[in-house]
Design a binder for this molecule. Structure first.
Ligand code: AR6
Length: 188
């Protein structure tokens, strides 16, 4: 049976997991699962570029970040034609079982960088897909606790304006994995 929307209160805010298209949510910032060239692509990156306006978003990315963005970090643009004011382009790792621990660290830092950039812009609500678990092949069961812990740490930062991190999962099975991991993401 499919899980529903689940929430966890963290400090003054909350983490939620739901089945959703991340481009359709009303939030201050949407996180994109980008590549290090910031070149656009398939998956959620393609959907965000379509929703924002391909030409406008590529122009801003190339102008502001001509060197791209290293794996494990993020850059921020305006939302262009999207409802969200900002898009945070986070670059997760391509999964490699031989470099599993390194991949874990890069995934965590991609989320932390993305959420720190959104917070620096004063965002209260952020929606994010499950970074790296599509085309990049990161196992979702391994990624979910890393993603949720990174969100919890961001919400626990002293003075952060962040109040909600919404994980927009694209399949029932991913939602079930995130909902199960959320249940074991104990508050400090
Ligand atoms: N809303 C929410 N989640 C989505 C959406 C959407 N609209 N569309 C897809 N997903 P992926 P990655 C899910 O492949 O693994 C691109 O070419 C998808 O089902 O988008 O980080 C980039 O340019 C999966 O669960 O990102 C990079 O080259 C999750 O989002 C590369 O793919 C992430 O899948 C990045 O690969």
């Amino acid at each position: 049976m499919a899980a529903g929307r689940e929430e966890l209160e963290v400090g003054a805010g909350r983490i939620s997991v739901e089945r959703a298209d991340v481009t359709a949510l009303e939030v201050d910032a949407v996180v994109n699962a980008a590549n290090s060239q910031l070149a656009g692509g398939g998956g959620v990156d393609g959907a965000i570029h379509r929703a924002a306006g391909r030409h406008e978003l590529q122009e801003e990315l190339h102008r502001r970040y001509p060197g791209g963005c290293p794996t494990g970090s993020a850059v921020i643009t305006s939302g262009q034609r999207m409802r969200a004011a900002h898009i945070v382009h986070a670059v997760g790792p391509r999964w490699s079982a031989a470099r599993a621990a390194e991949c874990d660290g890069q995934l965590r830092s991609a989320y932390r960088s993305a959420l720190a950039l959104a917070a620096a812009e004063g965002c209260a609500t952020v929606a994010t897909p499950s970074i790296s678990t599509g085309i990049y092949g990161f196992p979702v069961e391994r990624a979910a606790p890393i993603a949720l812990t990174a969100a919890r740490e961001a919400l626990e930062e002293a003075g952060t304006p962040l109040r909600e991190v919404r994980f927009a999962l694209f399949s029932d099975s991913d939602l079930e994995v995130f909902a199960a991991a959320l249940a074991t993401t104990a508050p400090r």
